[in-house]
Design a protein. Structure first.
Length: 347
């Protein structure tokens, strides 16, 4: 068994082929260093070309750290190669960075690509070079292929990285517009996760059912709990996740109950968090479930316009307002969700 081994990659994104190679390497040495090698300009270019948000080095280190947690002999190390010539011209500088990053005698380099063998043997003559599945027979995939179509190759993306690619579909509106039921329906249809509206049950759970005693701290807590609920749903998403509400709705209710906005809620409002916002207008029957108090139609329409203006004022661009019945709303959401997954819906 080798004492110290090194496996290097860009991991843009990390996939099952990477993980298989890392685990195979880890069985052959006492300590394995997994190097996340990053040229910031190149990373930005590759992500932009694929129409993806930036997968910066911190994200990729986090994804690998999550996947390899508990394997104490595997160390994840970030290597910034942004200030040296791009491969294959910066080999000498890059080899020096590797030696600094590992700071131990390297006994073996593991790789899935034979083109690096000559460079490794020249700059690390005392280290072995071990090639693993270079024909990609076990996992016929590459990060380049995944970037071109993440949803087609979804099963190859590591679970820790999938939330980065998942589409986030927000369903919003004032009370009794069918948001919760529609979100549940959609989650079932798309075999994915959804997040429920925390504020709907907050008063019963934390205020003894007394909505007259809401405070600024309560609305700040609702916004925080909603964010955590949404993040949990995103972690479990299968390509797309459906959100039943967001912090704009929390701020809307804060204004209704307290007559003012709450600063703590503001920090959770982020238009960039959602790929699609479907706002349901109050054109379905109002249902009195004991927690609603604005059933008069003129008032419903007034509040709908207030909420819509709030989204516009906060800078939300990707809003679709729908006025149909329950069936039409569901069908419209299905169409938009499918288009979103195909990349056909834009801001």
């Amino acid at each position: 068994m080798y004492k110290t081994g090194v496996f290097v990659g860009k991991f843009l994104p990390p996939h099952r082929g990477h993980l298989s190679q890392i685990i195979n390497s880890a069985t052959q040495c006492e300590t394995l260093y997994v190097i996340v090698s990053d040229n910031k300009n190149m990373t930005a270019k590759l992500c932009e070309e694929a129409g993806l948000p930036l997968m910066d080095a911190n994200l990729r280190v986090k994804w690998l750290s999550q996947e390899l947690q508990g394997f104490e002999h595997i160390n994840i190390v970030y290597l910034n190669e942004s200030d040296i010539p791009e491969y294959p011209y910066g080999w000498g500088y890059w080899a020096g960075y590797i030696k600094d990053a590992v700071d131990k005698k390297i006994d073996v380099f593991f790789s899935g690509d034979s083109e690096y063998e000559r460079g490794y043997k020249f700059y690390f003559p005392d280290a072995d070079f071990k090639l693993f599945d270079y024909k990609r027979e076990r996992y016929p995939i590459s990060a380049t292929i995944i970037r071109k179509n993440p949803f087609k190759y979804w099963d190859y993306i590591l679970g820790s990285a999938r939330p980065f690619f998942a589409k986030r579909f927000l369903i919003t509106g004032t009370e009794s517009c069918g948001k919760t039921t529609t979100a549940k329906y959609l989650a079932k249809i798309f075999y994915t996760s959804w997040s429920e509206e925390v504020g709907r049950y907050y008063a019963a759970k934390f205020l003894g059912g007394n909505e007259a005693i809401y405070s600024e701290q309560d609305f700040g807590r609702i916004a925080y709990l909603q964010y955590e609920t949404d993040m949990d749903a995103l972690q479990r998403a299968n390509k797309i996740v459906f959100y039943d509400t967001d912090a704009v709705v929390t701020q809307y209710y804060a204004e209704l109950y307290l007559g003012k906005k709450v600063d703590m809620v503001e920090s959770f409002i982020d238009p960039s968090r959602y790929d699609m916002v479907m706002m349901f207008a109050p054109t379905v029957p109002w249902v009195n479930d004991g927690m609603r108090f604005n059933g008069e139609q003129a008032r419903r329409e007034e509040l709908n316009q207030k909420l819509l203006k709030m989204y516009e004022d906060y800078g939300f661009k990707n809003i679709r307002v729908f006025y149909g019945n329950y069936h039409e709303r569901l069908e419209n959401c299905i169409i938009l969700a499918n288009e979103l997954l195909k990349g056909k819906v834009y801001d």
